[in-house]
Design a protein around this ligand. Sequence first.
Ligand code: NI
Length: 160
Amino acid sequence: MGTCKRKIDCNSVAGGRKGERRKMSIVRFSISLDRDLVHKFDRKIKAERCPTRSKAVGDLIRAALVRTEWQAGEEVAGAIVLVYDHHKKDVLRKLTNVQHDCHESIISTQHIHLDHDNCLEIVAVRDKAAGIDAILRRLKAVKGLKHVSMAAGTTGSHLP
Ligand code: NI
């Protein structure tokens, strides 16, 4: 990676609403950062095979904006991942009850039989952040789960 003044190369075309394609309007700007911080960042994006520093910085900005969407209580989307032994008493029934109670916020559930005992369930959710947190809290409260985690995503409608 070069210095901060390296020319930013970005000719991407962004997809618009309903498949329309428009030319992305690009703004070039320079920022001043600690040299060691930049070197460390460049090593990280090289290791992650990120093609350009511009993409890496754009990804960080989008991630920050998604966090803001969650904090601001906007409608967001995400996926809750559950792992459990379906033989455990009542786990399946309790998980199903929660999902029926929250059906308006759950857009899809995928169930994968990992082996004889273990199941992986991916619950795709779309709601305001508080609604999704409420589902997550209820799912976490079910006894017998081996794993619960959430990928906090976005509907994408507020992001370029
Ligand atoms: Ni199963």
